[in-house]
Design a protein. Structure first.
Length: 130
């Protein structure tokens, strides 16, 4: 009888590079690279966002999920949005994304006072029979 196992892809950084952060400026939204669940038949993705808030922060960081059918034309309105918590510094939070062909993550400060640092990682999965 076959056994079904979760098959994890390698972790990759989708916001920032070489384990570094991007620095948000004002209320300008920054976007991750495309996450492609379609090509390799991935069921979903585990996303981890890390936020390093400025000292005595006044602004929060909004995290938004944008879907896409082709990896180049993304939704204008996010499917989902959540807000970080500036009282937890640094902050790491995770969530799961499923049932879209492609997606990207947007990060944006809720005000123009601070310049918070953000990075994000993804690890996709599918199932395999052994």
């Amino acid at each position: 009888m076959a056994t079904i196992n979760k098959n994890w892809a390698s972790q990759s950084q989708i916001i920032g590079t070489s384990d570094g952060y991007i620095t948000l400026s004002g209320t300008t939204e920054s976007y991750s690279s495309d996450v492609d669940l379609e090509t390799n038949g991935y069921e979903g993705a585990h996303i981890t966002i890390e936020i390093d808030y400025d000292a005595s922060p006044t602004d929060e960081v909004a995290i938004k999920l944008y879907g896409s059918l082709d990896g180049s034309n993304y939704d204008d309105t996010p499917i989902w949005e959540m807000q970080g918590d500036k009282s937890v510094d640094p902050q790491q939070l995770s969530f799961i994304v499923k049932d879209v062909a492609h997606f990207r993550i947007g990060v944006q400060q809720t005000g123009s006072t601070n310049s918070h640092n953000v990075r994000a990682y993804v690890q996709c999965w599918n199932y395999q029979s052994t």
